[in-house]
Design a protein around this ligand. Structure first.
Ligand code: ZN
Ligand code: ZN
Length: 310
């Protein structure tokens, strides 16, 4: 299972309808958090995202992406949690995140580690990696792509039985790409029973940014692109001035990268909850678009399965 829960989808300041930026990515029982605006801990409780995450990735340190980390870490410390958390962020990570977590007179009890990342870094994990790419937002910023490794090809059990290969460890060996020798001397090569490797899934998170070539490259063929759309085309100048994107620009990025689906987030408070004008503007260029709202969960299926949004 790979699913995203939008914990905060508003730009700059919290409103009644939208909290500021935070996004939980849940993959096979593991939770990763991206950005942590003020009030994120309550959003996690409200939308059923547990505090068991071990990694928190910052796209940048504007306060609408940062201020929630103090409260969240205090609470996790009070819960006597022993497992530490690693915080990742662009240039300035040690100073800014270190200072944030030192606010207040009592020490943060939660053990943590801070790692500075830069565009081009690839953080290896068992079945996937986190690729860090450059963005453009009048500050030190990065975006992140979660890229799953290819999965094994499909194993054909009927054909295995027909060839007289006994069910058991030999099946596993062949599936993992090793030829096996049967009792009668026949050698069976994996190509006879196993299809081509199947691609994993890719989720790309823009953070705050103008449309950017590195982001388009990172999002090539992605299953899901989460792109900020702070403004509509009527506020294009303001988007350029403030280093943000319009909904139309986000859709252009999605189309150019050839992604499967686009979710718009980081919506300015001037738009209503469903932001129909932003949706229409984006869908004119890229049909598979939704506008995120707080609490939205988007599942990312393998390319051969059907998507659900709830
Ligand atoms: Zn922001
Ligand atoms: Zn920002």
């Amino acid at each position: 299972m790979l699913a995203l829960t939008f914990l905060g989808t508003g730009a700059a300041c919290p409103t009644v309808e939208r909290n500021v930026s935070a996004l939980a990515v849940q993959r096979e029982g593991e939770t990763l958090l991206f950005d942590c605006g003020e009030g994120t801990q309550r959003q996690m409780m409200r939308y059923g995202v547990g505090f068991s995450f071990r990694e928190l990735f910052f796209t940048h340190y504007h306060s609408d992406h940062l201020l929630g980390v103090m409260g969240l870490f205090r609470t996790m410390g009070l819960m006597d949690r022993k497992e530490g958390v690693t915080l990742y962020g662009p240039k300035g990570a040690q100073r800014i995140l270190g200072n944030a977590l030192a606010v207040g007179i009592e020490r943060t009890r939660l053990p943590f580690e801070i790692v500075e990342v830069k565009p081009g870094d690839r953080l290896g994990r068992g079945e996937y990696e986190i690729a860090v790419f450059a963005t453009e937002h009048r500050a030190d910023t990065v975006g992140y792509a979660l890229v799953e490794h290819d999965r094994l090809g499909r194993f054909d059990p009927d054909r295995a039985r027909a060839l007289g290969i006994p069910e058991g460890p030999l099946w596993g060996q062949i599936h993992k790409g090793k030829p096996v020798t049967l009792g009668d001397g026949r050698v069976i090569s994996p190509a006879e029973l196993v299809g081509p490797a199947r691609p994993g899934r890719t989720v790309v998170i823009s953070g705050d940014t103008r449309p950017h070539a590195a982001l388009i490259a990172a999002a090539k063929g992605a299953d899901l692109l989460v792109h900020e759309a702070t403004f509509g085309e009527d506020e294009r100048e303001r988007a350029v001035e403030t280093g943000h994107s319009t909904a139309r620009e986000a859709a252009q990025v999605a189309a150019e990268a050839g992604v499967r689906r686009l979710v718009l987030t980081h919506i300015s408070a001037r738009y209503t909850r469903d932001a129909p004008e932003l949706l229409a503007e984006a869908q004119a260029l890229f049909a598979e678009t939704v506008v995120a709202r707080d609490g939205l969960t988007v599942e990312v299926p393998y390319p051969d399965r059907v998507a659900t949004v709830s």
